[in-house]
Ligand binder design. Structure first.
Ligand SMILES: [Zn+2]
Length: 680
């Protein structure tokens, strides 16, 4: 069970997105940072009727005039803040560079890792030397047993993936999860969909795999690429679809070691698990059962030589950013350009900041918070979160579709919600991480090994509830159902999400709905399967369960009908959790806003009522443009709906939105009252 984020960010995206628009201005005392009250009304298109296209009404001028930066796949409000966070971190690095940090300190590791990234000349001079040990080990493999030992290494690819999380059966302890893995393209559709568009993606992949083989000195690069892609296609064929992977019950299969061997007999588990510190582990959760069983069978049915090609390609591809430029360029040409339409690689320093985020994130985060996160912001955010919790409690008490037994359980769960704002109370200890000047490849591998070892060591003890799964400098938020925790990093607590000097309607419509979104994950189609302790337990009566499923089916249909590209419609089932978070978040934030008014009428500002400003603020945070290939990629791989859907479909279900903008039958977004979906 993974975290539910506000917005997806892949590791690749960390290294390939961003750059462009000016950073958002810093808040001045007692004046909203954006516009007169927190919304950039100059970007609206008031010629559009709100009831026909609300997203365009709020964002239309920006949408029609903003030019996509050459180094981006999408650009919007989140990206403006990400740019700002990168610039802020760069300023920190420059300060650190002025007085060399003490040897062995976190600062020294941050600076040395960053400098080893920036030293492109050293990278070129080393050539493929850093890969030699891996390629030799792969070359020396002769049997399936040799392959399994290689695949057991924490950074090697194969049909079996591992991750560690709290145990759904007892979330006070950790468990090793076993998950389907091993394809170079993100999901099975890229291998299997029959269309010209997907033929083109596959041709680009073939060119990429071939190029990597050329660069590592393979004798027959094109033939080796065919071998690897044929093998991956077999793997993709048995893989579960992303919407199946979201099925909490189907992916929760606890087994002991004997059960694991029986369930997936083609893998030599004792050998595989011993390689990277899991030799003693006896308890596991298997996720995609049939995909793992049949994927592992390929170890027997496919030649050892084919798997050797596969391993060689993957280790070179996975570390391409830390090898000479030709590797990095080839990876960009496929993963960024062909797959997502990005025209230009982003500035190296920005990717360096992304590398720090990924590998030594809290080492940077501690300094970031000290410089950029005012203590007062944390106090104000804590108060907002408390108001949202009260609002959700009020709503839970009056939901007509829910019976009292289920309601009591839901309120119990709301009572144990654990909100964290800004930064962790305890910072990660990087003392066991070694960073060497001038050795980028080794540094990245050491950082990854450090993180794996850290998690393996945790298996012995109780779950650490103070740990954060995101850095303070990250513009995002998340819910963890196994801990019933909602987490809001410092970097998202900035305008236009949160501005202590903006109109309260704007803060509730923006960060309020974000807080509500994360709380809503506790009750979405996945989160509702976990109880107040984060344990997987059915606390629903049969009747209330039926009503929930009926409502969510109706809700999914609204998203299924959202088709931004020909042949590419949102998958309402796959995106259900995020969509429920968005709808619940908006409803909760609206209730919280009205509770905050204490019965008083909100003032009219610049001609807009309080309710209008609330909904406009919500649509403003989802303002974004996206390249077509990136949009297609998002629809297939990302459980979040496209921004244009997130900034308009929830509104269509909220009665107050109709009243606020006078939306009537005949308007394009109008939904009959009986067809609107009200869940949380
Ligand atoms: Zn979410």
């Amino acid at each position: 069970m993974r975290l539910s984020l506000l917005l997806a960010v892949s590791a690749a995206a960390l290294l390939t997105a961003c750059g462009g628009e000016k950073p958002a201005p810093a808040a001045e005392a007692a004046k909203a940072a954006i516009g007169t009250f927190g919304i950039d009304t100059a970007q609206m298109d008031t010629a559009v009727k709100p009831g026909d296209d609300f997203y365009k009404y709020v964002n239309g001028k920006w949408l029609s005039t903003f030019q996509m930066p050459a180094d981006k796949a999408r650009y919007g409000v989140f990206d403006v803040l990400r740019d700002k966070s990168e610039t802020d971190v760069k300023a920190l690095l420059e300060e650190m560079g002025k007085t060399p940090p003490a040897a062995g300190s976190v600062q020294q590791k941050v600076v040395d890792l960053y400098n080893s990234w920036m030293d492109e000349a050293a990278l070129e001079a080393r050539g493929t030397e850093a890969l030699k040990g891996d390629l030799d080990a792969i070359n020396a493999a002769k049997t399936k047993a040799d392959l399994v030992k290689l695949m057991g290494r924490f950074d090697y690819s194969g049909p079996v993936g591992l991750y560690i999380s709290p145990d759904p059966a007892d979330p006070t302890k950790y468990v090793v999860n076993i998950t389907q893995a091993g394809t170079g393209m993100p999901v099975r559709d890229y291998y299997l969909t029959k269309s010209e568009k997907f033929d083109a993606y596959r041709a680009a992949y073939k060119a990429y795999v071939t190029k990597v083989f050329e660069l590592i000195g393979d004798a027959a690069p094109a033939k080796s690429a065919d071998t690897v892609i044929a093998l991956e296609t077999k793997l993709a064929t048995v893989h579960w679809k992303p919407e199946q992977q979201r099925d909490v019950q189907a992916t929760n299969n606890p087994v002991d070691r004997a059960g694991l061997k029986k369930m997936i007999p083609a893998m030599d588990w004792d050998s595989f698990l011993a390689v990277d510190g899991l030799g003693d582990v006896q308890h596991f959760v298997v996720n995609e059962t049939t995909a793992l069983r049949d994927g592992a069978k390929l170890l027997d049915t496919q030649p050892v030589d084919a798997w050797k090609k596969y391993l060689a390609f993957h280790i070179a591809s996975d570390y391409s950013a830390y090898l000479p430029k030709a590797f990095d360029d080839a990876s960009f040409a496929f993963y960024s350009k062909a797959m997502r339409g990005i025209e230009q690689q982003r500035d190296r320093w920005k990717r360096g900041v992304g590398l720090l985020d990924a590998q030594i994130g809290e080492g940077v985060g501690e300094l970031y918070v000290a410089k950029y996160f005012p203590p007062d912001n944390k106090a104000k955010m804590d108060a907002l979160v408390a108001n949202l919790r009260t609002a959700m409690g009020e709503r839970l008490k009056t939901l007509a579709w829910m019976d009292d037994a289920t309601r009591a359980e839901a309120l119990k769960k709301l009572g144990t919600f654990d909100p964290r704002v800004g930064y962790p109370v305890k910072w990660r200890d990087y003392s066991k991480l070694t960073v060497q000047p001038g050795k980028l490849f080794e540094n990245v591998r050491a950082a990854r090994q450090f993180e794996w070892n850290r998690q393996v060591n945790q298996l012995k003890g109780p779950v650490d509830r103070e740990e954060w799964g995101m850095n303070p400098q990250t513009v995002n938020a998340y819910y963890n159902p196994l801990m019933n925790q909602i987490t809001f990093p410092a970097a998202i607590l900035q305008p236009p999400f949160f501005d202590p000097n903006a109109d309260p309607a704007v803060n509730y419509g923006a960060i309020g709905a974000v807080i509500g979104h994360e709380m809503g994950h506790g009750f979405d189609d996945q989160g509702r399967e976990f109880d107040e302790a984060g344990k997987i337990r059915n606390w629903w009566t049969k009747d209330t369960n039926t009503k929930f499923v009926e409502a969510t089916d109706k809700f999914a249909a609204q998203y299924n009908a959202f088709c931004p590209l020909e042949g590419a419609c949102v998958n309402g089932k796959f995106t259900m959790g995020e969509n429920l978070g968005d709808l619940g978040g908006l409803e909760m934030a609206y209730t919280a806003y009205h509770l905050s008014l204490n019965g008083a009428e909100a003032p009219v500002i610049d001609g807009f009522t309080g309710d209008q400003r609330f909904f406009m603020a919500h649509a403003q945070v989802w303002r974004a443009i996206q390249r077509d290939d990136a949009l297609r990629n998002q629809i297939l791989t990302d459980p979040h709906s496209p921004a244009a859907a997130r900034g308009s479909i929830p509104e269509r279900n909220v009665d107050a939105w109709y009243t606020a903008f006078g939306v009537k039958e005949g308007d394009k977004l109008y939904v009959k009252p009986e067809d609107r979906v009200h869940i949380w």
